[in-house]
Write a protein that binds this ligand. Structure first.
Ligand SMILES: Nc1ncnc2c1ncn2[C@@H]1O[C@H](COP(=O)(O)OP(=O)(O)OP(=O)(O)O)[C@@H](O)[C@H]1O
Length: 575
């Protein structure tokens, strides 16, 4: 509920307006029924003013109904937009280890399925609101017509709704189980997209994989069928309660109390009209139940969506997320920062701030940990790096090189120890700023087609020159800073990643096994031309490598073994 409050808090004024217009719409609907009831069945009172009043009410009902639905549609879509932005923003602000722990499947399932479930309710929410007003005003009208009839209807309404709620709880637990299966299904779907080649090649593997997928899909279907059927049962029961109520009013009431047929038909008209909106409300409850399951799932990601970023100690992107704790309003505004407000400038650091003379790591350690046990520890690590140095980081598989790199560049937060750049200690406040010193090509890099030339004035011609140097000019063109394609071989894509790093022109370069999938000629160019070129520009270059034939070209070699520095030596004859 906190989350819903937060999502709607930005549009509370429009929400009040929607409430007023919905009220007008509902009251007009009931007035129309009352009007038909009072005058329509009595032809002797028919005159011009009655007809004008009738058409006036029709017009008011049309306008207010249209307006209330439109406003509510706007509000619900705005809430979805805010939810998408909020989740994406908090995901980007979450510590890397938390995202790695959640895994891509859960994150993707939330960004697509959970947001979709909430979107579905957003589409029916306007109708539910308008229908609720109609039901309430019809009930009030009934109460005015006859308190006895009102009490009969209310009695059956309470029985219908209570029994619906009780069975609905059981259905919700099935919905929750179905949602759990959805996470597993997403894992299977990733297997299809990422493991297509392996699955195509191996019949047995494909068969086993498919069986697992089928089991998960069937389990998902089963839980949904059970959950939905329970809801269908509950809805049918609630609806039949209403017909029973009508039966009592028509068949039993006249026997107990002398009631005119005309008055009786008035009750029946009102009650019959009540059934349609009530039916719509009851039928939409299953969608709401699914949305609550989705909200719970989003909460379980522990992204702390409703807590202001400042209070939850997200060390990252603090400057991007500075909500006002009182209302949450500021939070939502900041989801779409406007250039005029200057908010976009908050994260742009001037290049003069981002130099690196000296980078020190003092007793830095990091532990991967699961609930109860430590899985792997890196450190304690003590290094001092200087500008214009080429450092090779070597070690066997699983020795901790990539973990060390993530620590060094500020993606992992050290458990103990200090990182100091140019004499400045890096604390939570500075971490975002600190990361801007690095250009990194990760082993599992991601290539953004259109994020090539950020904030720099580099012409397409200059970029084309780099493409020539990287021997990619026949494959890729650049127009307005956007690459024509990234559909290339793995080695060529890695060269494009290198181009991105080059254009970033940062103080420290880190390459995680960059050369491993380059051909011998380009591997040679990398070690003998590109690295010295960066060094000559005063960059600190850290290279994770297994290419021992080039070890002599570094200024310094650091070897890791089981997370600990095995040796750290300066080369006799560096480059
Ligand atoms: N997300 C993680 N959660 C838990 N343990 C991890 C995680 N990532 C890596 N590890 C553990 O940390 C150890 C070091 O991994 P790391 O990726 O740093 O090694 P590496 O030296 O880069 O290996 P390689 O040369 O194979 O890339 C591994 O033994 C692995 O078990």
């Amino acid at each position: 509920m906190d989350l819903i409050r937060l999502l709607l808090s930005s549009s509370w004024k429009i929400l009040i307006l929607a409430g007023i217009v919905s009220l007008v719409s509902g009251v007009t609907t009931t007035s129309l029924i009352a009007f038909i009831n009072q005058t329509g069945l009595n032809y002797s009172t028919l005159n011009a003013s009655v007809i004008w009043t009738f058409f006036g009410l029709c017009f008011l009902r049309f306008i207010s109904n249209f307006l209330s639905q439109s406003i509510l549609i706007y509000i619900s879509q705005e809430a979805i937009l805010n939810l998408r932005m909020l989740i994406s923003q908090r995901l980007l602000a979450s510590p890397l280890y938390q995202l790695e722990k959640l895994g891509n499947n859960r994150i993707m399932a939330t960004l697509t399925d959970d947001v979709q479930s909430i979107s579905n309710t957003a589409l029916i929410l306007p109708r539910v609101c308008v229908n609720s007003v109609i039901v309430i005003s019809c009930l009030l009208y009934l109460c005015w017509l006859s308190p006895t009839v009102f009490l009969i209807i209310l009695f059956f309404l309470v029985i219908g709704i209570t029994s619906h709620q009780l069975t609905g709880n059981k259905a919700s637990s099935n919905m929750t189980l179905a949602r759990e299966q959805q996470d597993k299904l997403f894992k299977n779907f990733r297997g299809i997209t990422d493991g297509t080649k392996e699955l195509m090649l191996h019949y047995k593997k494909r068969e086993t994989f498919f069986k697992d997928l089928q089991a998960n899909a069937e389990s998902y279907k089963h839980e949904n069928v059970v959950g939905m059927s329970i809801f269908a049962l509950a809805s049918s029961w609630a609806q039949i309660m209403f017909f029973v109520a009508i039966g009592i009013v028509i068949f039993i009431l006249p026997a107990l109390k002398n009631t005119q047929t005309q008055v009786l038909s008035g009750y029946v008209l009102t009650i019959t009209y009540l059934i349609v909106p009530l039916d719509a409300i009851i039928n939409s409850l299953s969608a709401f139940s699914k949305a609550f399951v989705a909200l719970d799932k989003i909460k379980s990601l522990d992204l702390k969506l409703t807590t202001p970023a400042k209070e939850i100690g997200f060390e990252d992107n603090l400057k991007l997320l500075t909500p006002s704790p009182e209302s949450g309003e500021e939070n939502l505004k900041l989801l779409t920062p406007s250039p005029e407000s200057g908010e976009e400038n908050l994260l742009s650091f001037s290049d003069s701030e981002l130099f690196c003379q000296r980078l020190e790591l003092l007793d830095v350690t990091y532990k991967y940990q699961s609930e109860d046990k430590y899985l792997f520890t890196v450190g304690p690590i003590n290094f001092t790096f200087s500008a214009g140095e080429i450092v090779f980081l070597i070690g066997g598989n699983g020795s901790g090189k990539s973990t060390f790199i993530k620590l060094l560049i500020g993606l992992y937060i050290p458990d103990t120890g200090k990182i100091i750049i140019n004499g400045k200690l890096i604390t939570a406040e500075e971490r975002e700023w600190y990361r801007q010193h690095f250009s990194v090509v990760f082993f599992d890099f991601y290539l953004f087609e259109n994020l090539l030339n950020l904030g720099k004035t580099i012409s397409d011609e200059q970029i084309s020159d780099y493409l020539v140097k990287l021997q990619l000019n026949n494959k890729v063109q650049v127009k307005n800073g956007v690459l024509s394609t990234t559909a290339l071989s793995q080695g060529q894509r890695k060269r494009l990643a290198l181009l991105t790093a080059y254009l970033e022109d940062r103080a420290i370069y880190v390459f995680d096994e960059w050369a491993s999938d380059q051909d011998p000629i380009f591997k040679n160019i990398f070690y003998t031309q590109i690295l010295p070129d960066l060094k000559s520009k005063g960059k600190l270059v850290i290279v994770v490598t297994h290419d021992d034939q080039y070890y002599h070209l570094s200024d310094r070699i650091i070897k890791l073994n089981n997370g600990i520095v095995e040796y750290d030596k300066l080369q006799q004859q560096p480059l």
